[in-house]
Design a protein around this ligand. Structure first.
Ligand SMILES: *Cc1c(COP(=O)(O)O)cnc(C)c1O
Length: 393
């Protein structure tokens, strides 16, 4: 298999190098507070059959990956949900089962391997929480130095995780967008690799493994995939995996991908309707998808349009309700951003073919943000001393 980068805007091809980020030509048009221009995508050439090894479809050789079991996450067949919704072929891909408990490990794994290959030990990034704790954990396994810029509002568990893994953490007096700018400045001054989502093309490439796994687990492509969307990197990764499978002749067409955003953090959904990215301040209970400027917005939007995808929004109440519904009907406890995809499914299920193969991505473990999760439950206030006290509750 051969690999190179290709600019998603001007189509110029580049060799995969240590510090490749965005296209040197198209990034000149980058405007402040707008999605990145000139996103690079990995292009692969070669042949495989349906029994391919996923590592063979990645642009960094297997020997450089750190010893930590990323991916190969379970594909659940939720019997109760299948029964209650009538969707006989409903699946949930549980990416909270990754080593640091979120989907982000797929990207960190590949970035870490690339750093190893090119003899770079310092990796920097900004994160709403999961990418940071992920890079910290994968970096710990690889023996790399991770520097993380984290907004002050990041859920405590994600901060604690990153520190446990030994990362250097700078807590930013501001939101993710500010953390992003600071991390870029830091990388410029200190060097090393920057893992910022989309800016580093290997983040999207690493995330494609989810589609390759789904294909292997189902032995075919699904009809519909629901994905929660913040920066638009996961959704682009999902597309990339299916595009590779199509290019290799293993699937006939790209599935319908439905991106789901929170009502008050919906930059990509608005751009999907209007064609324009407008920067307005966001807020949502789903912290992992709380993004003012979707860094991969332009590229994600182009994919959605080209492959007949869709963008929808759900309210915070719907997210919290979906989270509790999913937990109590399946035993899968996912964080609010993970439950957002399920909330999207609940919202538009009646428009879908019940016989279709539908996959919902659950992108992070519920324990990542237990504070938000308490919104969807009732915590007993009364303490008991004896078993007889139960009668009085
Ligand atoms: C990062 C993240 C997302 C969204 O991914 P984007 O690439 O930012 O669109 C969704 N869910 C969880 C749990 C995440 O950590």
């Amino acid at each position: 298999m051969k690999f190179n980068y290709r600019c998603t805007t001007c189509s110029t091809s580049y060799e995969i190098a240590a510090k490749s980020t965005v296209c040197p030509i198209c990034s000149k048009q980058q405007q402040e507070d707008q999605p990145l221009t000139g996103i690079l995508e990995v292009e692969l050439q070669g042949e495989v059959d349906g029994n391919f090894d996923i590592f063979d479809l990645l642009p960094i050789e297997r020997k450089y990956f750190p010893p930590i079991p990323v991916g190969d996450s379970p594909l659940w067949k939720p019997a109760n949900l299948r029964h209650s919704t009538g969707f006989k072929n409903l699946f949930i891909k549980d990416d909270g089962a990754n080593p640091t408990a979120s989907f982000k490990d797929r990207a960190s794994f590949l970035v870490s391997a690339a750093a190893k290959k090119f003899n770079i030990t310092d990796i920097t990034l900004a994160s709403t929480g999961n990418a940071g704790s992920s890079m910290a954990g994968i970096g710990a396994a690889a023996g790399q130095n991770i520097t993380l810029f984290l907004p002050e509002t990041a859920p405590p568990a994600k901060l604690v995780q990153a520190l446990q893994y030994g990362a250097t953490v700078y807590r930013v007096n501001g939101n993710y967008d500010k953390a992003y700018d600071l991390s870029m400045e830091f990388s410029k001054q200190k060097g090393g690799i920057n893992r910022n989502t989309a800016y580093n093309p290997l983040t999207i490439e690493g995330k494609k493994t989810v589609s390759l796994e789904i294909y292997k687990q189902l032995e075919k492509a699904p009809d519909v995939v629901f994905v929660s969307v913040g920066d638009g990197c996961i959704i682009a990764g999902v597309y990339k995996g299916f595009k590779d499978l199509k290019k290799l002749g293993l699937i006939p067409k790209i599935p319908k991908i439905i991106g789901v955003q929170a009502e008050n953090s919906d930059a990509l959904t608005r751009a999907f309707k209007t064609g324009k990215f407008v920067n307005i301040p966001t807020s949502t209970v789903a912290d992992s998808i709380c993004v003012d400027v979707p860094r991969n917005g332009v590229h994600a939007l182009a994919q959605l349009k080209k492959y007949n995808g869709e963008m929808i929004t759900v309210s915070d109440d719907e997210i919290i309700q979906a989270q509790a519904d999913l937990s109590s009907s399946t035993g899968l406890f996912t964080e609010p951003a993970g439950a957002t995809a399920f909330a999207g499914f609940q919202k538009i299920a009646s428009d879908l073919d019940q016989n279709g193969v539908v996959v919902i991505l659950a992108t992070g473990n519920g324990l990542k943000d237990s504070t938000s999760a308490t919104l969807g439950i009732e915590v007993p206030q009364q303490l008991i001393n004896t078993i007889d006290d139960i009668k009085n509750i």
